[in-house]
Ligand binder design. Structure first.
Ligand SMILES: Nc1nc2c(ncn2[C@@H]2O[C@H](COP(=O)(O)OP(=O)(O)OP(=O)(O)O)[C@@H](O)[C@H]2O)c(=O)[nH]1
Ligand SMILES: [Mg+2]
Ligand SMILES: [Zn+2]
Length: 360
């Protein structure tokens, strides 16, 4: 496996040149093991990289710390499969959420992704509002967003649901899949699973993210878990974000299920995800129109004529109203964004090279 297999190219090499001059070697973050420790892929193989004191000195904000998918500069320690992580290259895209907790901290779920799949289960766990939320975050990320409605085998009217969702998210591909019957998988693989492309799978626990990755690309490399029968809730089988390379050459990031997605830096994402409403708003008579009962409101007119679905407008309003700090002031760098979903009891006991199978 070379670094090119992980997506390294001439454009990146150009950006990296000054760091190479300074004696650093390029690498891609494939797993967040625990705070400040990352498994990174270098040209010569995978090593354990640590963000040391030097890194803390320059990285002040949470989003400056490495995330899975990042390109970084490391310096190997002589004779060991270990390295010090010195620098994170600018990101092409990043999928962020607000970290849980009271502080406003950006948590980067995955960096430098081309496509983000928002996976929902067509069982009881199904939630259209959540899809719209995820979509706003996806738009904000800069990556292409695709909605997957998985577990179609347990749903009698999957196509009706798909149409319903499609109306809510115009312009975004919405696919029906099943890892049991393999419905939709071939088309997905043909369209999205290509060498050098980085794909991320995001959604609630138990919707089938790891199953989809296995079925699509990875040949059972990732552990999957049962869902509870009574409420279809997952068991948080995947516990950390991890990038794996598929036989097809695609790079796939699996993520732990998120109960909820707290939006981060949402303003542009909302506007982009609701471009149709934005376009309507430009036609309102008043530039500061609140789209409630102002005269000449194009949004209300579209709602009346059926050109705009009421449920979609409602989501737009709710998401706009959500309080999100655009630029949080962090007191200390220890308020890390990139907290791995890391299992405490296993601290230090697992050799990191076995990480693919060690989360169960
Ligand atoms: N009926 C049905 N079950 C599925 C399908 N895909 C996955 N499952 C099952 O759903 C359960 C959860 O699947 P996982 O792949 O572990 O779900 P996940 O989204 O990775 O969950 P976390 O890792 O906990 O976030 C497993 O029992 C799978 O076998 C599907 O298409 N149809
Ligand atoms: Mg999983
Ligand atoms: Zn208006």
């Amino acid at each position: 496996m070379t670094l090119a297999d992980y997506g390294w190219n001439e454009a990146l090499a150009l950006v990296f040149a000054p760091h190479a001059m300074a004696g650093l070697e390029p690498a891609r973050v494939v797993c967040e093991l625990r705070r400040n420790f990352y498994a990174v892929q270098t040209e010569a193989g995978e090593v354990l990289a640590e963000c040391g004191g030097g890194f803390f000195h320059i990285a002040k904000k949470s989003d400056q710390f490495p995330a899975v998918g990042d390109w970084v500069g490391v310096k190997k320690r002589g004779g060991e499969p270990r390295a010090d992580l010195h620098v994170v290259l600018p990101r092409k895209t990043k999928f962020s959420r607000r970290a849980s907790g009271s502080e406003e901290i950006e948590q980067i779920v995955a960096a430098n992704i081309d496509t983000v799949f928002l996976v929902s289960g067509l069982d009881q766990n199904f939630n259209p509002k959540r899809i719209q939320r995820f979509l706003v975050a996806a738009k904000e990320s800069g990556a292409e967003a695709v909605v997957l409605l998985n577990k179609s085998d347990v749903c009698d009217n999957a196509e009706d649901v798909r149409k319903e969702i499609q109306v809510l998210v115009p312009g975004v591909p919405v696919h029906i899949t099943s890892t049991l019957t393999r419905k939709g998988l071939k088309a997905l693989a043909a369209t999205y699973v290509q060498p050098g492309r980085t794909l991320a799978f995001i959604g609630s626990s138990g919707v089938g993210k790891s199953s989809l990755i296995n079925a699509l690309v990875c040949d059972e490399a990732l552990p999957t878990g049962e869902v509870r029968e009574k409420d279809s809730k997952g068991r948080h089988t995947t516990t950390r974000r991890e990038l794996v390379i598929a036989p097809s050459g695609a790079l796939v990031i699996d993520t732990p299920g998120m109960r909820e997605l707290q939006l981060w830096g949402v303003e542009d994402g909302v506007e982009d995800a609701f471009a149709d409403i934005k376009a309507l708003a430009l036609q309102c008579r008043f530039t500061n129109c609140g789209h409630t009962n102002e005269p000449g409101c194009a949004v209300q007119a579209a709602l009346k004529s059926g050109g705009l679905v009421a449920q979609r407008f409602e989501s737009y309003r709710k998401l706009k109203a959500e309080k999100v700090a655009a630029t949080p002031a962090l007191k200390k760098p220890s308020a890390l964004a990139s907290k791995p979903g890391w299992n405490k009891k296993n601290e230090g006991t697992k050799p990191f090279r076995h990480r693919f199978h060690s989360d169960d």
